[in-house]
Design a protein around this ligand. Structure first.
Ligand code: HEC
Ligand code: HEC
Length: 250
């Protein structure tokens, strides 16, 4: 584990908050767009950070709910947390455990930085935070919870992410097996014109089998693919090819 032990991290956080509070000149942040901040967070930060309201599950950096829970519970408000986040994005603290996995500086700048910071300030460490409920059944909820829409456009979910391909366009006519394979093993076949290693590769661990099935079903149905009939039994599991994942590195 490269992260600091749990009892130390909250103390660091309080120190960081003190430093920011000293330097802060209460510049109003009324222009921040928290909704846009959420999308940006899922896209730019969620691959490394877990945060409940965003439905992100990254584990490279600290869980941001845990990181800010203590600060919030001793009375630091959203604006203060917002300041700490802004500071960390502009001048990331080097990671003591392993500098190779430190957070890169300036992942977002200008208005985007304000939006993301306001979003994290609003939700990090808020008890019981969860992604907003969406209509459209369990698969739609998985799609929302896991932040797929931050990177992908999908008409049924009213998302407009453009980091990855528009799913209405690329999944039309695809089989459930192919859709499932693209989700759990995104680097097996890289969508043309898009970068590898951007889509998180750990959805197989992050989704329960039921969630994955619901998600695949939802995508196949909404994009008009083939095989939109659930085949509950284990024998019906898609077999993307016998060569899949023979390695066992972690
Ligand atoms: C490549 C992975 C990566 C990305 C992407 C990333 N971070 Fe980080 N982040 C880290 C790591 C690693 C740390 C821990 C540094 C340390 O050990 O102090 C960290 C620390 C933080 C902290 C301090 C938390 C604490 O407990 O001290 C905040 C706040 C934070 N990141 C916010 C963000 C935001 C907002 C974004 C998106 C704009 C982002 N991070 C994107 C890896 C990342
Ligand atoms: C951080 C951005 C990001 C997130 C989050 C993300 N994806 Fe992707 N996704 C991409 C990128 C980039 C590609 C294209 C490169 C590739 O094929 O790996 C892609 C490819 C795909 C493809 C294959 C498309 C094709 O042309 O065959 C599917 C299907 C897909 N994603 C579904 C999902 C679902 C479902 C989720 C949520 C569980 C999700 N993605 C989350 C960025 C993301």
């Amino acid at each position: 584990m490269t992260n600091l032990p749990n009892p130390i991290r909250p103390l660091l956080m309080l120190a960081a908050i003190a430093a920011v509070a000293l330097g802060a000149s209460a510049c109003g942040t009324t222009t921040a767009d928290v909704e846009r901040g959420r999308v940006l967070f899922i896209e730019k930060c969620g691959t490394c950070h877990s945060m409940a309201e965003a439905g992100t599950t990254g584990v490279v950096g600290p869980n941001l709910d845990d990181a800010f829970q203590a600060a919030r519970s001793v009375g630091h408000d959203s604006e203060t947390i917002e300041g700490v986040v802004e500071n960390q994005v502009e001048y990331p603290r080097p990671n003591n455990g392993d500098p190779a996995v430190s957070m890169p500086p300036n992942l977002v700048e200008g208005q985007a930085l304000e939006d993301v910071s306001a979003y994290v300030g609003k939700w990090a460490g808020v008890p019981g935070a969860a992604p907003p409920k969406v209509p459209g059944g369990p698969g739609a909820q998985v799609f929302a919870n896991k932040g797929c829409g931050g990177c992908h456009a999908l008409a049924a979910a009213q998302t407009g992410g453009s980091v990855g391909p528009n799913l209405d366009e690329v999944l039309s006519g695809e089989s459930a097996a192919m859709v499932q394979k693209s989700i759990v093993d995104p680097n097996a076949k890289i969508a043309k014109g898009y970068p590898a290693n951007v889509m998180p590769t750990n959805y197989e661990e992050m989704l329960s089998p039921k969630e994955l099935e619901d998600l695949v079903q939802y995508l196949v149905t909404e994009t008009g693919g083939k095989g939109a009939t659930p085949q509950g039994g284990k024998g019906a599991a898609p077999q993307g090819g016998k060569a899949a994942a023979s390695g066992s590195k972690g």
